[in-house]
Design a protein around this ligand. Structure first.
Ligand SMILES: *[C@@H]1O[C@H](CO)[C@@H](O)[C@H](O)[C@H]1NC(C)=O
Ligand SMILES: *[C@@H]1O[C@H](CO)[C@@H](O)[C@H](O)[C@H]1NC(C)=O
Ligand SMILES: *[C@@H]1O[C@H](CO)[C@@H](O)[C@H](O)[C@H]1NC(C)=O
Length: 471
């Protein structure tokens, strides 16, 4: 129920509703030069990629549980990701009944980067379950300084919309799907344009409104194994086909909003849905620049570090920067007492460095100063890059859009020896899920229960004490 959601969710709900409406009423598509290259990529996508031996040597992640190390490799490795089998995705694709020449065109995706990643997973899951092809989505990027400005002009031709290949590694997506889900065909949005060299003819432009699914409430997980998306989709598609009088050849393009938190992936008693979800997350690999920067920063750190998501950017709607800082420092002390020197599970004898994930260069200075008085050496991406012998690292960071700088911080958080996040933040929760071998944050690693090696604590925020299900 929307009424029970906290302020942050409601704010995103309003924003996303507006965007869904704008998106559904717009028929135009983005122009990029990628369209023709994806066709050749698709035709070769059965060639497996190989990783170079150097990657494993550079990225030290033996302290991570194996599934977390795998996630890091698939999403952040500087060179090609290691070949991985994606068994849950393979199973879901084998099980699906495939609709020839029907493609989903997901839209309505926007917000911060980790919310977008969750919406992309919703899109992929809808296509796998419905057994359709996929038109790579276009997603708006937000303004670098005014983080509440999504530049979503008046339709999706607005400059801020970038096709998937400008957000994430499309070669990885196409190659992985080619191996694990060969029946799912992928088209670049440019290929729908009449003048494109590898143009795809469209017979039907259709639309399915997921928010009309019986009982649906925005941001309350709706579909799950007991209420499958596939059934809803097939009913809607049958209606569209029955009412259609188009003749000729071509594909059917179905516009559909990739709604935030559409799926509850934790209530499948077999656990299969969660496994699929975790594998879908590994399809969303960052572009080369943020991946390289993560790797370079890691080489500048010569001892274990704890990661803190300091949500102090000026669009924060949660606890003040000062409150967060004091809470985080308390948790750092507790984590050090439990996992540090003197404990049986001690990771090292020297007090770890603290790396702050934060998009505000001023706030990190405050944390570093106060941290010092409490015996913690605190650093962040700008400082590490400045100290680096390689001046291009800092240039590379500063050249990245805000959300891609967030990708750098995300990689650093996944790699940390202990992670501290904040309950209301999608970024914090996404990192916490990624660090747990089961793909879900279970409980604080400061508790007595076995944390599976997740080494994570989410600080409960006064404004939003938990995140709605399921990122
Ligand atoms: C697409 O964009 C390129 C520049 O990126 C431009 O040269 C070309 O004319 C555009 N094509 C269309 C059809 O808008
Ligand atoms: C945040 O600060 C930047 C300058 O650092 C400013 O341009 C922007 O408008 C601010 N945003 C909000 C929401 O206050
Ligand atoms: C999702 O499923 C879990 C496990 O059954 C349940 O506890 C939770 O309430 C569900 N969440 C939503 C939003 O339906």
């Amino acid at each position: 129920m929307l009424g029970t959601l906290r302020r942050s969710s409601v704010i995103s709900a309003i924003g996303i509703c507006v965007l869904v409406t704008v998106w559904l009423s717009s028929g135009r598509l983005q122009n990029t030069s990628f369209g023709s290259s994806i066709v050749s990529t698709i035709s070769q996508h059965t060639t497996p990629t190989t990783s170079t031996a150097s990657t494993a040597a550079i990225v030290k992640n033996s302290h991570l549980p194996a599934p977390v190390s795998l996630y890091f490799n698939q999403v952040f490795s500087p060179d090609d990701a290691n070949p991985h089998d994606f068994p849950a995705l393979r199973k879901a694709c084998d099980r699906a009944t495939w609709h020839e020449d029907v493609y989903l065109q997901c839209g309505g995706m926007f917000a911060g980067m980790t919310s977008i990643m969750s919406e992309v997973k919703v899109c992929f899951k809808m296509a796998v379950e419905a057994g359709t092809g996929l038109i790579l989505p276009t997603i708006p990027i937000r303004d670098n300084t005014n983080l509440l400005e999504f530049n979503n002009n008046d339709d999706e031709t607005g400059d801020a919309y970038m096709p998937y290949d400008q957000w994430f590694d499309t070669k990885h997506l196409v190659e992985t799907l080619g191996r694990a889900c060969p029946k799912m065909k992928i088209i670049h949005p440019d290929q729908l344009k009449p003048d494109h060299a590898n143009k795809v003819a469209v017979k039907n432009h259709w639309e399915i409104d997921v928010s009309k699914a019986p009982g649906y409430h925005f941001t309350v997980s709706h579909f799950w194994t007991g209420n499958p998306f596939r059934k809803f989709f097939d009913d809607q598609l049958a209606k569209l086909e029955k009412d259609s009088s188009t003749t000729g050849t071509g594909i059917s393009v179905i516009k559909i909003a990739s709604l935030f938190l559409l799926y509850n992936i934790t209530n499948d008693p077999t656990g299969g849905d969660l496994k699929l979800w975790n594998e879908l997350a590994m399809l969303i690999r960052f572009l080369e620049k943020p991946r390289q920067i993560v790797n370079q920063l890691l080489t500048h750190i010569n001892r274990p570090y704890y990661g803190v998501h300091f949500r102090a950017e000026n669009d924060s709607i949660w606890n003040s920067a000062e409150d967060q800082m004091h809470n985080d420092l308390d948790v750092l002390d507790k984590a050090w007492a439990k996992y540090g020197k003197g404990s049986a599970s001690g990771i090292n004898s020297q007090k770890p460095l603290v790396y702050l994930a934060c998009g505000d260069e001023k706030q990190v200075e405050m944390f570093a100063e106060v941290g010092k008085t409490r015996g913690w050496e605190v650093t962040h991406k700008w400082e590490l890059a400045q100290k680096s012998a390689n001046p291009t690292t800092l240039e590379m960071i500063n050249a990245l859009p805000f959300d891609f700088q967030g990708a750098v911080d995300m990689g650093m958080m996944v790699q940390s020896y202990f992670f501290i996040g904040i309950s209301g933040s999608a970024f914090s929760n996404t990192v916490a899920h990624a660090r747990d071998p089961i793909g879900r944050y279970r409980w604080s690693s400061l508790e007595e229960e076995d944390d599976g090696g997740a080494r994570t604590h989410i600080v409960s925020d006064g404004v939003q004490s938990s995140y709605p299900c399921c990122l």
